[in-house]
Design a protein around this ligand. Structure first.
Ligand SMILES: Cc1cc2nc3c(=O)[nH]c(=O)nc-3n(C[C@H](O)[C@H](O)[C@H](O)COP(=O)(O)OP(=O)(O)OC[C@H]3O[C@@H](n4cnc5c(N)ncnc54)[C@H](O)[C@@H]3O)c2cc1C
Length: 488
């Protein structure tokens, strides 16, 4: 045991990485410990990617109070960190004659401080979203809501925190926590770390981590949500994030374009015991498809690219739990279900405040640099004939490795040299989009492996092999299911 940290953050999702980046503004020894092989391996990599307006949760909840505050930071953070954010606006729509539920959301939003909400009538709705069913009668528009790239955001936060002095240890699952405020000892397979403060940002495992210091005052009740992602370009069909009316399980199924113009539909909501099972199920896929087909009749299953599941870390209190606990120095950041991504900048500021109240003295880091260059340059894809000559040239920065998303060798090398060890194809994919296109990696996977094996000793093919075993509904299965159902 060598170094004594000021703060150890458990979990490198959007919450842990945003806290680390926020704290890296100060002269502090900060360590993030993450059990996964990369950052953003939990809920942060599998969610709707919506920067929510802040009207869906009441002001009586912490979720309600932190959402809008977080949303307001996105434009600035994206300018600094270049993770991808688009203020597309959101619409809650209804085919009912009675707009009362929308007015209730409007009032709730105003209580949360929002000033960019208004009710839109059928005519305006048709103009705004000509591809949606003409049956819709009313909408609630939130102009400043939008979409972002959540895992790129967490990667950017972590890269910038590291650049500003924070440390990250991957594949370091916290197994035990000993000691007390000022002198905690955090035990992981890659070492024991002494620290003055511990921040628990362990997502679906937050209750398990809490129990390590003897706290037993909440539990995580995992709730999964499944999604269907469609081909690049399909997202142009909608201009806003489209929600139906909320249900008792939350904001309900939505339809949106991602920042890369893939149509994304989902999530449904189902309680499940297994906190890590991210398989998908064809019946659930079909139910999501049906809901969205009613809203957007042009929805085309043939454009379906892939399915995925995210697990919500819903706490037994059904709200965010952010506090210094009765174990002094142990800061709880648990139960961070939706809108946790949106709220993350505000959560990080709140945690900073808790640390100060607990006696941590914050001196500015004179070397703090808020900027981080993008990896992915948002670009229109070039015609195939233009990139063909760059496909089979010898190794060079401009060599095109991924044909569908037009990712170059130079971009892959850049992505791997930014302070976070990139050990997997999945890690390359999330940083560069290589293998996210129409062929889903059939063409570029061996080419990525070739580059990775050349540039790093840390490349670990085992991870990608293990994860290729997660049972996910493929296109043929979905199409067969929809056809067989139609035939009955
Ligand atoms: C289906 C779904 C849809 C959502 N949609 C939205 C949305 O559109 N907008 C929005 O604002 N929010 C949304 N959310 C919520 C948002 O995704 C989460 O609030 C956010 O990602 C939580 O981040 P986190 O860092 O707390 O958790 P995670 O991303 O889960 O990170 C926790 C990390 O802790 C690590 N960890 C766990 N145990 C240990 C341990 N013992 N030792 C070390 N590391 C450990 C995990 O490996 C993981 O990387 C959605 C969530 C889901 C599931």
């Amino acid at each position: 045991m060598e170094k004594h940290y000021d703060v150890v953050i458990i979990g490198a999702g959007i919450v842990g990485t945003t806290i680390a980046r926020q704290l890296s503004r100060y002269r502090l020894n900060i360590l993030i410990v993450e059990k996964g092989i990369d950052v953003a391996m939990g809920a942060t990599k599998a969610n709707s990617a919506i920067v929510h307006g802040g009207y869906a949760e009441p002001h009586t909840t912490l979720k309600g109070r932190l959402c809008y505050a977080g949303r307001q930071a996105f434009a600035r953070l994206n300018e600094e960190l270049n993770f991808g954010f688009k203020e597309s606006g959101s619409l809650v729509v209804t085919a009912d004659d009675d707009p009362a539920p929308l007015y209730r959301l409007l009032e709730q939003g105003r209580a949360n401080g929002l000033t960019d909400l208004r009710i839109v009538s059928q005519d305006e709705l048709r103009e705004m979203e000509p591809q949606l069913t003409p049956d819709l009668k009313w909408g609630l528009l939130c102009e400043g809501a939008g979409v972002c790239s959540p895992y790129e955001m967490a990667i950017a936060m972590a890269e910038n925190a590291i650049m500003n002095g924070a440390e990250l240890k991957l594949e370091s699952e916290v197994k035990a926590i000993g000691g007390s405020k000022g002198n905690f000892v955090v035990e992981t397979p890659s070492g024991s770390f002494q620290t003055r403060y511990v921040i628990n940002a362990a997502g679906v495992q937050a209750d398990v981590v809490s129990q390590m210091v003897g706290l037993d005052d909440f539990s995580i009740l995992p709730r999964s949500g499944q999604y269907l992602l469609f081909a690049r370009g399909s997202g142009k069909a909608v201009n806003h994030v489209i929600f139906g009316l909320p249900t008792e399980k939350g904001k309900g199924i939505l339809l949106t374009s991602t920042i890369y113009e893939n149509l994304l539909i989902g999530p449904d909501a189902s309680e499940q015991e297994d906190r890590e099972d991210t398989s998908t199920d064809v019946q659930r896929m079909a139910a999501i498809y049906d809901t969205c087909k009613d809203l957007y009749p042009g929805l085309d299953a043939k454009q379906f690219l892939r399915s995925f599941t995210g697990i919500r870390a819903r706490s037994s209190t059904d709200d965010f739990l952010i506090e210094e606990t009765k174990v002094p120095g142990f800061i709880q950041v648990a139960g961070i279900q939706s809108p946790g991504l949106t709220a993350s900048p505000a959560i990080a500021e709140m945690v900073e405040g808790l640390l100060v109240s607990s006696g941590l003295v914050l001196e500015p880091n004179p070397d703090f640099d808020p900027y981080r260059k993008p990896i992915i340059q948002h670009k229109e894809l070039r015609p195939l004939r233009e990139i063909k000559p760059l496909l089979d040239i010898p190794s060079a920065p401009e060599k095109v490795i991924c044909r569908c998303e037009q990712v170059t060798e130079g971009e892959i090398i850049d992505a791997c040299g930014r302070g976070i060890p990139v050990k997997t194809i999945d890690g390359v994919k999330r940083r560069t989009r290589a293998s996210m296109g129409w062929c889903q990696g059939t063409f570029c996977r061996p080419r990525i492996v070739e580059v990775m094996q050349r540039i790093t000793d840390e490349f670990d093919a085992r991870f990608d092999i293990e994860h290729s075993g997660v049972s996910r509904v493929e296109k043929s299965e979905l199409l067969d299911f929809l056809t067989s159902r139609a035939d009955k």
